[in-house]
Design a protein around this ligand. Sequence first.
Ligand code: SME
Length: 148
Amino acid sequence: MADYDALAKTIASLTEGEDDPVALMATIACEVHHADDCFNWTGFYRVVAPELLKIGPYQGGHGCLVIPFSRGVCGAAARTGEAQIVADVNAFPDHIACASSTQSELVLPVWDSSGVLIAVFDIDSDMSGAFDREDANALQQILNCSFS
Ligand code: SME
């Protein structure tokens, strides 16, 4: 498991005083991606229009560019405002496969300081069952500290 205490401190120090959401997202995607070898795709899908997500910033191979709230694990996180922990993407009927190597996935909602959903944060792993509630809670706290 990633060292989330160290990760939170690094991100806080790198982003101190920064409030540009894309600068924050790029830095978080980079730091989280390199925090654990089993994180194979790490990044944000931003809310760009009602019920519509668009990719970036991210680290890893290319992903699909546009995801409506009605689709995929990312859409489920955006719709419900709840963490989506998918241990086996093959068993999640609505999963959108961007890389055939992906086996498990974690998607978290990202809110701004007014409580408006601005993005979802997605981590994909080529390992099945790579994420649990502890990962979700630690990463959600990092996101909340950075954006809300
Ligand atoms: N798997 C996601 C799509 C995004 S990519 O994995 C980068 C989903 O089902 O929403």
